[in-house]
Write a protein that binds this ligand. Structure first.
Ligand SMILES: NC(=O)c1ccc[n+]([C@@H]2O[C@H](COP(=O)([O-])OP(=O)(O)OC[C@H]3O[C@@H](n4cnc5c(N)ncnc54)[C@H](OP(=O)(O)O)[C@@H]3O)[C@@H](O)[C@H]2O)c1
Length: 359
């Protein structure tokens, strides 16, 4: 496989640090550029991020002495040094939109973790096992932007990465109504227990903007390319409540679902066991071998025990049973900064690389 030079924009942040550790020994991608805000630019990665390193593994040796570039001021220079960039920054939405578009227009493709472009109609929002075909919209996006190579592709919000994969293979039975309550880890806010001590022994019943994303993003992921845009699916009807819980990593969802044609429990379990997507067929380096794991034990999946399954890239499910108001209910879990953020971004980039979008 061809080698690609890559940059990480927002390298000092929580998701940026995950990208750095995931890319350290990546078989296809070589990190050439680290960039962040003007506050960090000019410092080495170790100087800028060493004291706020949040990963369980140490900062990659090969990146410690790399000098951070300024994500906004150095766009042309960065674009000339890499084949594409990952982006995870904490800025205002319109600033992120403009920044990502400026990179695309400088012919530097962007694989983004930010939400700013998720509903731009010609920007694909991809869960590689579910809607890999949406990357075909990039042709229309390039026409709009007037670029040859440059484009933006995004991954979806971390909250939907457990229940959308579990529901996807069941769509053939006609998903009618979905209710999902999510129990979301504090790393989803870029925090740990040292930086957010108020979360110890606590629960906060509100995460700004999260319920709207959790209800709307699945419909774009399940949408269809029509002309120059991705048109959202009109069903199922989804309602959610998203709670912040005292867990370091791993978002859990309690899901209720009703169908047009109710399947048997055995049919659901078989479809979960058999679910394979393009990443598994292409054997992409970050793809989990078994995407959906079902636990028979009543007390699984558990965030602490099961979030790292298949390097944090698999989805765990459990407690599937009939419900008195919906057809079925179940519980599911995914690692929010791996599958839900940087890992999902790396897998999307692998899909784009395998399909020639960075050439
Ligand atoms: N945490 C998660 O689980 C998760 C999941 C999915 C998506 N996301 C999204 O990913 C993005 C980053 O999240 P995070 O948790 O990693 O945030 P974070 O830890 O607060 O990191 C923010 C990053 O943005 C950079 N930044 C801030 N202002 C900037 C500017 N004006 N120009 C360039 N860079 C700037 C920071 O650089 P300095 O260090 O120089 O300030 C830092 O590298 C957000 O859009 C978030 O919504 C996060």
């Amino acid at each position: 496989m061809k080698q690609y030079n890559v940059g990480i924009i927002g390298a000092t942040g929580m998701v940026g640090q995950r990208f750095a550790t995931l890319l350290e020994n990546h078989p296809w991608f070589n990190v050439k550029v680290l960039a962040a805000s003007p506050r960090s630019a000019g410092q080495t990665y170790e100087e800028a991020a060493g004291s706020r390193w949040k990963m369980a593994v140490p900062m990659p040796e090969s990146m410690k002495n790399m000098v951070l570039m300024d994500a906004s001021a150095d766009i042309e220079k960065i674009a000339s040094m890499v084949d594409f960039c990952f982006c995870a920054v904490d800025m205002k939405k319109d600033e992120i939109k403009a920044l990502e578009e400026a990179y695309a227009k400088a012919e530097c493709p962007i694989v983004s973790n930010n939400s700013a472009h998720r509903f731009t109609p010609d920007v694909p929002m991809v869960v590689p096992e579910i809607n890999p075909d949406h990357i075909e919209i990039i042709k229309a996006q390039r026409q709009r932007l007037g670029t040859k190579r440059g484009f933006i592709a995004v991954k979806s919000n971390c909250s939907i990465q457990s229940y959308v994969p579990a529901l996807h293979p069941l769509r053939k039975f006609g998903l009618k109504n979905v209710l999902a309550c999510t129990y979301q880890a504090i790393s989803g806010a870029g925090k740990n227990f040292e930086t957010w001590p108020e979360m110890v022994d606590n629960l906060i019943p509100y995460i700004g903007g999260e319920e709207e994303k959790s209800e709307q993003e699945p419909l774009k992921v399940w949408g269809e390319i029509k002309g120059n845009e991705i048109v959202k699916a009109s069903s199922p009807s989804i309602t959610t409540q998203c709670l912040r819980v005292p867990v370091s990593d791993g978002h859990t969802a309690a899901v209720f679902v009703s169908f047009e044609n109710k399947p048997s429990k055995e049919e659901i379990l078989q479809l979960w066991a058999d679910f394979k997507g393009v990443p598994q067929e292409l054997e992409l380096p970050s793809a989990p071998k078994q995407f959906i794991h079902y636990f028979e034990e009543d007390n699984r999946p558990q965030a602490k025990l099961d979030r790292n399954l298949e390097n944090g890239m698999a989805v765990s499910t459990g407690r599937l049973r009939e419900d008195t108001q919906y057809d079925y209910k179940f519980v599911c879990l995914s690692h929010n900064t791996l599958r839900g953020a940087a890992g999902g971004g790396v897998l999307l980039a692998e899909l784009l690389a395998a399909k020639g979008y960075f050439d």
